[in-house]
Design a protein around this ligand. Sequence first.
Ligand code: FES
Length: 113
Amino acid sequence: MPDAPEVEPTYLVAAKTKDVEPGQLKGVRLRGGHEVVLANDQGRIHAFEAYCPHQAWPLKWGALDRGTLICALHVWRFDLQTGALVDPPLGDCLKRYPTRIEGDQILVGIDSP
Ligand code: FES
């Protein structure tokens, strides 16, 4: 049986590039109400679900450190490239969304309805 075709995400404007400085996190509500957190790691923009998969703490209050996003509540650490949980060794991963830069805008790709 062939694989199901990949569904192209819908890209929505999330913020201006100047609104997320290197080293910063920013919580954003996209058109339609979907919430994400943007992370600027040395100029590279990443987007993740807005709340920690552990106990739903807002990740915009976390920090970036050596390629990871750290939740401020219990210090779980997620890989910025994949959303995988780095520390502790067991727990849920963070959903990661694709991003695009168009002009001075950051776009985030969310799953199409
Ligand atoms: S709520 Fe994020 S680590 Fe516990």
